[in-house]
Design a protein around this ligand. Structure first.
Ligand code: ZN
Length: 664
């Protein structure tokens, strides 16, 4: 997703089941239940993930009330190695209520869907469990308890937990039968209805993840996204026959019912969420992409008013898929669905497995590439980091949004060229590098990359750090280990950890392993720290050796000078820098400084004067907060300087405009 506009610290840790009470008879899983080994939705002859869950959901959506009635059978395989008797479930739609944590956090900063003063109750959302049974253990509806592990908000009902009378032994299975009633909200972000459009996201009771020895099931926060186990989804959706429907996975059947509805069935393998959409207005285009694992059917659901932009969507998606496939590894699913959501619905720019929403407008000049190109590329990129690698987005937003933002630069540069990959319009150009850096530098030091999503100081810091700083950190790292080496490290990380929920150290160690370098000095500042990087050319002086002689005259090429150049590390981020010093005889000298002291002085005695000094002359350091103090010219040429200022004004304004649109 694009950045969207937190509180206490605790991670949800469940009670560990009581081992002593288990006996051979207590296996609660009914005989014969297993997670299917299906492969029909992937281009693979074997399952790709350890399949923990199988969701079978039968749901009927009422287009008049925006409500949904669902029955869910969830089979859960206990891979934890220990008995489990407590199970937490997300009820995300309960976030869309006035006293929920999500709304409290959003109202505080008026994030994109929440800049309203009044909220009509008919626009709220809800997810209510009507009945809950653990097969073989009876009806446990009365045992359900809301918990609020992150902020102690007693009015937050986005996590519910149940304790089973009998624990599920290691390698055992349990089947839950859940009847639920959803009220979709009018879309604020990510899910809900607007007019006759609906985006069904986070809409069913969803079990938490057993991760690092404990249940991980956070409340729904306004800055955080999602985390779930891989498995198999079989979902039937019943909607009016006039609706155009699309969803995660592959469509496996459609039945027309006598009451004017139809039931469309979908199947997904090795995915960890399921989203769908319906609207009577979509125009559908289908295409095909040949991935290195097999053919992928591309499905585009466009607003009729945006049909003329279909080609831009198809082009950028195919190009982005090509780069990801060649650089990092295959997209293994048989479908990818791109939804152009209802205009003004706040449902744009969101990722779900094999299914994303994009964003566009009825008129967009082709040289601005924020919409639709960057949004389509960005949401597709999520299929790798959120979709397949599937890191914990609650706790490490940078590992999805940030790695994705870095790759926005790489992919867009590769397609459109590095100087104009973001904007090439009316004679002005701007690069994706600058976009990411511009996002980071206004709020560089409140939070480290590793801050848990809901604990950022504020929205601006969340966006600056999770997106812009992560991208700038990785771009700067290219200057240390090489662009090709970092690409290889990304490939190693993706291929090794896809479908496994890796941690941040898995990523960082993969970079160290592939580069063969100890990079702790860098990670401790850029990843784990809040240090700010800013070097300046503090002073340059040139004194003639014969300054004391009477009637002396400077003569170019003959007068000998002692020249000094002072470089100052203004902030606390220590990073080795290069400095290029130019002399008036055309000579250039490159100096290297480890940056460990607060300043360094370079001195020269030559028959030439220093005319300029520039830090980072190859422009490899994207974390430098202020580039304007990186160079010094003795006889300033104002023309390039003013050009640079104009460029920055343009970039900043352009960026602010689009960012406010994306966030608003
Ligand atoms: Zn995103």
């Amino acid at each position: 997703m694009g950045p969207k506009r937190g509180l206490s610290i605790c991670v949800f840790v469940s009670m560990v089941a009581c081992v002593a009470q288990s006996s051979p008879r207590t296996s609660a899983a009914p005989p014969g239940t297993t997670i299917p080994n299906t492969i029909s939705a992937i281009n693979s002859s074997t399952p790709l993930s350890q399949r923990v869950v199988h969701y079978e959901i039968d749901a009927r959506y009422d287009t008049k009330t925006h409500a949904l009635d669902g029955s869910e059978t969830l089979t859960y395989h206990n891979f934890t190695g220990q008995p489990l008797d407590t199970f937490p479930f997300h009820l995300y739609l309960n976030a869309f209520q006035p006293t929920a944590t999500w709304v409290r956090e959003g109202k505080r900063e008026a994030t994109r869907g929440q800049n309203f003063a009044r909220w009509d109750p008919k626009n709220y959302g809800a997810d209510e469990i009507e009945s809950f049974e653990a097969v073989g253990q009876g009806d446990l509806t009365s045992q359900l308890q809301f918990v609020h592990p992150d902020d102690d908000n007693p009015d937050d009902r986005t996590v519910v937990q149940v304790r089973l009378p009998q624990p599920i032994p290691p390698d055992g299975e349990v089947q839950f039968k859940i009847k639920f009633h959803d009220q979709f909200p009018k879309v604020l972000e990510r899910t809900g209805w607007d007019r006759d459009f609906v985006l069904g996201g986070q809409w069913f009771p969803k079990v938490g993840v057993w991760w690092h020895g404990a249940w991980n099931c956070h409340q729904f926060h306004v800055y955080t996204e999602f985390f779930a186990d891989f498995g198999v989804y079989d979902v039937k959706l019943t909607v009016p026959q006039y609706e155009v429907v699309a969803a995660s996975g592959i469509e496996v059947g459609e039945v027309k019912n006598s009451d004017g509805t139809k039931t469309v069935a979908y199947h997904g393998d090795d995915i960890h969420d399921f989203a769908w959409t319906a609207s009577p207005h979509y125009r559908v285009h289908e295409d095909r992409f040949q991935s290195s694992m097999g053919p992928v059917k591309l499905i585009f659901l466009m607003q009729p008013a945006h049909w003329s932009q279909l080609e831009r969507h198809v082009h950028i998606l195919r190009e982005a898929m090509d780069r990801y496939d060649r650089w990092y590894g295959p997209y293994p699913y048989k479908t990818f669905t791109m939804v152009d959501p209802d205009p003004g619905s706040q449902a744009y720019g969101m990722e779900y497995p094999t299914f994303v929403t994009s964003a566009t407008s009825w008129i967009l000049p082709p040289g601005q590439r924020e919409l639709p190109e960057l949004v389509v590329e960005h949401e597709f990129g999520h299929q790798y980091w959120y979709g397949m690698v599937a890191t914990n987005e609650f706790e490490d937003p940078w590992m999805d949004e940030g790695l994705n933002s870095y790759n926005d630069v790489k992919v867009m540069d590769s397609i459109f060229g590095p100087t104009a990959s973001w904007v090439d319009l009316w004679g002005a150009t701007a690069s994706m590098h600058q976009r990411q850096r511009t996002m980071y530098i206004p709020v560089p030091d409140f939070d480290p990359l590793t801050r848990m999503g809901w604990q950022f100081a504020n929205f601006d810091s969340y966006a600056a750090i999770s997106f812009g700083k992560t991208a700038s950190t990785l771009l700067t790292l290219e200057g240390v280990i090489g662009e090709d080496t970092l690409r290889q490290a990304f490939r190693t990380y993706f291929m090794r950890y896809r479908f496994t929920h890796p941690s941040k150290e898995d990523f960082l160690k993969a970079i160290e392993e592939v580069s063969g370098k100890d990079l702790r000095w860098y990670f401790s500042q850029a990843v784990y720290g809040t240090e700010v990087l800013d070097y300046e050319v503090q002073k340059v002086s040139c004194v003639p050796l014969d300054w004391y002689k009477e009637n002396r005259h400077d003569k170019k090429g003959e007068t000998e000078y002692v020249s000094d150049v002072w470089i100052h590390r203004k902030e606390n981020f220590i990073f080795p820098v290069e400095v290029e010093i130019k002399f008036d005889n055309g000579e250039k000298v490159r100096e290297r400084w480890d940056g460990k002291d607060r300043w360094v002085k370079f001195e020269y005695q030559k028959r030439a004067k220093v005319v300029s000094a520039e830090i980072d002359p190859d422009h490899k350091i994207y974390l430098d907060r202020n580039n304007f103090n990186n160079s010094y010219t003795i006889e300033p040429n104002t023309a390039p300087a003013s050009k640079l200022v104009n460029y920055w004004v343009f970039v900043t304004q352009f960026f602010a405009q689009f960012l406010s649109w994306w966030l608003a």
